[in-house]
Write a protein that binds this ligand. Structure first.
Ligand code: FES
Ligand code: FE
Length: 384
């Protein structure tokens, strides 16, 4: 994305083209995005605290694959393709669960330890030539950051530091800025899942611009008045939008929130920062909490969005009423996703066959479009 201050006047053309409509509807394009983006990049999969002990597991959809994430006996994170190596049955069919020591396939009872090694199977003793490591579950790269398990299906994952941490640093301008929120130590205050009937790119594009804020986010612009100006204020390096003078906290009615996260700097107080980590994470940073969205594309016109509100552990443990705090961004989410759902049908219209346009405060979305287009472009055939 382009990291420039809001334009006062833009030299050159005011309007630049978007992707064509079929980018948001075509099953073949969606398949390529799954294969070349979601199955090659680092994907923020689950909150580590949702795997509290060895044997606790979650399954998530990464591209077209079900990935099983658990903890080994040592407590370390492990990720596997959720496919039995015998005849391919799905090993864990639930979204979450807990096993004691082993993962057992419900079909013929092949049994794997929490490191993925095949340790038992009916009549295995009579098959001494079977290599148990060789027939173990296929591992998936996994990393922990911000209190989440990030996974990557690529055989050779891209550098996590460059592609994930670097995206956050590029936006915030200071590598220490994100660490001061201590997201890994925060506790889950609320989680809301949104089943959005829109293409995942519409959701990313919407998050990247604030041209719509004045129109659809009255509560947000009350707390962050500069968002009503329609500039992409949130997208220049290091800039956080200031709270309104009258706003005591980042809440639906501007009422006080909770105490500031103690490790934050003065420059992070009474400010809102928004970060996009392509392809599927949005991070919102305010002085007393962190809001993190994970997106999981299900179909060209359907995306699951999981949104976590994270607070200091003592706030959650105290049983404090989080309602007005959560309600602000929950409303923003509903407003944004309604806009995306209103846009999705237009993507299949002949009116949008050649696409639409980006105004100057949206021009940085063009970099996202180019990133997607390059990622899914067919390879140049050998000898061409
Ligand atoms: Fe899993 Fe047979 S398919 S044990
Ligand atoms: Fe919005």
């Amino acid at each position: 994305m382009t990291m420039t201050p809001p334009p006062v006047a833009t030299p050159g053309p005011s309007l630049v083209s978007t992707l064509p409509g079929r980018s948001y509807t075509d099953p073949e394009i969606f398949r390529r995005e799954q294969e070349r983006i979601f199955e090659t990049r680092w994907i923020c999969a689950v909150r580590c605290a949702d795997l509290p002990k060895p044997g606790a597991y979650r399954t998530v959809l990464v591209g077209r694959e079900s990935v099983l994430i658990t903890r080994s006996r040592s407590g370390g994170l492990r990720a596997f393709l959720n496919v039995c190596r015998h005849r391919g049955a799905r090993l864990c069919t639930e979204d979450s669960g807990e096993v004691r020591r082993t993962l057992q396939c419900p079909y013929h009872a092949w049994t794997y330890d929490l490191d993925g090694l095949l340790i038992a199977a009916p009549n295995l003793a009579n098959m001494p030539d079977v290599d148990r490591a060789e027939r173990g579950l296929l591992t998936v790269a996994v990393r922990e950051w911000l209190g989440y398990a990030w996974v990557c299906l690529a055989d050779e994952p891209p550098s996590f530091v460059e592609s994930v941490v670097g995206a956050v640093t590029e936006r915030l301008g200071d590598p220490a800025a994100i660490e001061r929120y201590g997201a890994g130590e925060l506790a889950l205050g609320r989680r809301i899942s949104y089943d959005v009937k829109a293409n995942w790119k519409l959701i990313v594009e919407n998050f990247m611009e604030c041209y719509h804020c004045a129109t659809i986010h009255p509560e947000l612009t009350d707390v962050l008045p500069e968002f009503a100006e329609g500039f992409a204020a949130q997208y220049y390096v290091g800039h956080g939008a200031s709270f309104a003078d009258g706003a005591e906290g980042f809440t639906v009615d501007g009422s006080p929130g909770f105490g500031r996260i103690p490790s934050l700097g003065e420059e992070q107080d009474r400010r809102y920062f928004a970060v996009t980590v392509q392809p599927q994470v949005f991070v919102n940073l305010v002085p007393d909490h962190v809001i993190l969205h994970r997106m999981f594309p299900l179909a060209p016109d359907r995306t699951l969005v999981e949104c976590d509100w994270l607070y200091m552990t003592e706030v959650v443990a105290s049983g404090a009423d989080l309602e007005r705090s959560v309600e602000l961004f929950h409303r923003v989410n509903l407003q944004d996703f309604a806009a995306c759902e209103r846009t999705q049908p237009g993507m299949g219209s002949r009116a949008y066959r050649a696409g639409g346009v980006l105004v100057p405060s949206e021009h940085h979305i063009g970099a996202f479009h180019r990133w997607v287009a390059e990622a899914i472009a067919p390879p140049v055939p050998d000898g061409a």
